[in-house]
Design a protein around this ligand. Structure first.
Ligand code: ADP
Ligand code: ASP
Ligand code: MG
Length: 408
């Protein structure tokens, strides 16, 4: 007998028929002799709808109250699913984040799980019950409800799997697994049978929303046996693991796009020591994460520095720079929110020259201008105009994955 954690995303529980389908998957797993803990997301667009409702009342609502509101979405799903499972003749119990012992820090709307007190879940499993846990939520040291950030139910599931030492953590969603690119928007995207934690972490962090990046981070840390699988098709999914068999063969395993990017350029800085330190320490003090940084060659004792931040942080970053214009000493500041980041990811890339070049060639052939470039051992990212982003992803994907164009 195994202990299996199954997570079902918003589209998998969107209406009554879909909840029945989820209840069928859970009870079939249970009937095979397994203990099952299921983590559910809010139904369909419920979380977005709740955010809209809040905006109608107070567009600047406190994060604490937002968490109180948003956590209700998941509670609807778990109670409805528990009722459905009961109607099928099985014993089920739904638990909110705090009932399930999910202890987090106090960063409302983006809390991190610190510990899980598993006693209650364990007690219910011992009574042979199917346990349904509300995803995306926990409780902090003030006994307040917190949420884990958008897409956070994946992280709830992996954290539970790690804490309960589950044999398997299955992330059920609306596609067959992890693909070489978003299968809804990229023609010819292929499903991967397996992918490494490191590659999946990069893909998730670079915009592939199929998994919450912190869930992958946690799965890697606790070596959780994890797979991404469809709630609807019955096809085999994608295994996410430390080492995969095909790692040697492929250089690139996926292409991702992220539109949550803005670029800020500081023009006419003095070409002298300490300038970069001044700029980035001011941003760090405001907790603004900087991604790509580019500095031009100094000429006539003047240089430019541009950098990217999340689009949601762009206005604040610009304001901090302007407030400190004299201390930093720049002539002008430019901000561009109409850009996107397109990335290729692959563990085999580090030891194969020419992978980045192939990406640039594909973009050049498509007539797409690159604004900035950044690389690491297992990824290459480029910044392009937002209106070119979809075409860029398709062109790069074609170059690496089309039947004839690829020697990947
Ligand atoms: P859930 O509601 O189940 O959590 P999400 O909408 O968060 O589902 O994630 C699934 C979606 O992720 C898919 O419908 C797909 O459009 C998108 N996606 C983006 N990149 C990828 C990828 N590389 N592989 C699979 N799906 C991807
Ligand atoms: N319901 C939350 C969201 O929409 C959490 C999740 O679905 O994972 O972001
Ligand atoms: Mg999701």
């Amino acid at each position: 007998m195994a202990l299996i954690v199954q997570k079902f995303g918003g589209s998998s529980v969107a209406d009554a028929d879909k909840i029945r389908n989820v209840a069928r998957i859970i009870t079939e797993t249970y009937q095979k002799g397994n203990s099952v803990v299921a983590v559910l997301s809010a139904q369909g667009d419920t979380t977005d709808d709740l955010i809209e409702k809040a905006k109608e009342i107070n567009p600047n609502a406190s994060k604490r109250e937002m968490d109180m509101l948003l956590s209700t979405g998941e509670q609807i799903s778990i109670s409805l699913c528990a009722m459905c499972i009961e109607s099928m003749g099985f014993q089920a119990i739904s638990l909110t984040g705090w009932q399930a012992g999910m202890l987090t820090n106090s960063v409302y709307s983006n809390a991190r799980i610190k510990r899980i007190r598993t006693e209650r879940i364990q007690k219910e499993l011992d009574k042979k019950k199917i346990v349904l846990v509300a995803g995306f939520q926990g409780i902090n040291k003030y006994d307040d409800i917190t949420t884990l950030g958008r897409g956070g139910s994946d992280t709830s599931a992996v954290a539970l799997a790690a804490a309960l030492r589950a044999d398997l953590c299955q992330i059920y969603t609306d596609v067959d697994g992890v693909y070489t690119a978003d299968p809804r928007t990229v023609k010819g995207a292929r499903k991967l049978d397996e992918i490494t934690f490191d590659e999946m972490l990069e893909l998730a962090s670079l915009g592939a929303q199929v998994l919450h990046n912190r869930s992958v981070e946690m799965a890697k840390r606790y070596n959780v046996n994890m797979e991404v699988i469809s709630s609807f098709s019955g096809n085999p999914g994608t295994k996410v693991k430390e080492v995969v068999k095909t790692m040697e063969k492929t250089h690139v395993s996926g292409v991702a796009k992220d539109k949550n990017v803005a670029r800020i350029a500081l023009v006419g800085l003095a070409d002298q020591p300490g300038i970069a330190f001044k700029i980035f320490s001011l941003l760090a003090k405001k907790d603004i994460n900087v991604d790509i940084i580019l500095q031009s060659i100094g000429r006539d004792e003047s240089k430019d520095i541009s950098f990217t931040v999340a689009r949601s942080d762009a206005d604040e970053a610009k304001a901090v720079m302007e407030e400190n214009k004299e201390a930093i000493g720049f002539q002008s500041i430019e901000i561009n929110k109409q850009i996107a980041k397109v990335s290729i990811v692959g563990a085999g890339m580090a030891h194969n020259a020419g992978v980045a070049c192939k990406m640039f060639e594909a973009l050049s052939a498509a007539g797409i201008n690159i604004n900035m470039i950044s690389t690491s051992e297992i990824k290459v990212s480029v910044l392009v105009d937002e209106r070119d982003a979809d075409r860029a992803v398709q062109a790069v994907h074609d170059r690496f994955f089309s039947e004839f164009g690829s020697n990947n």
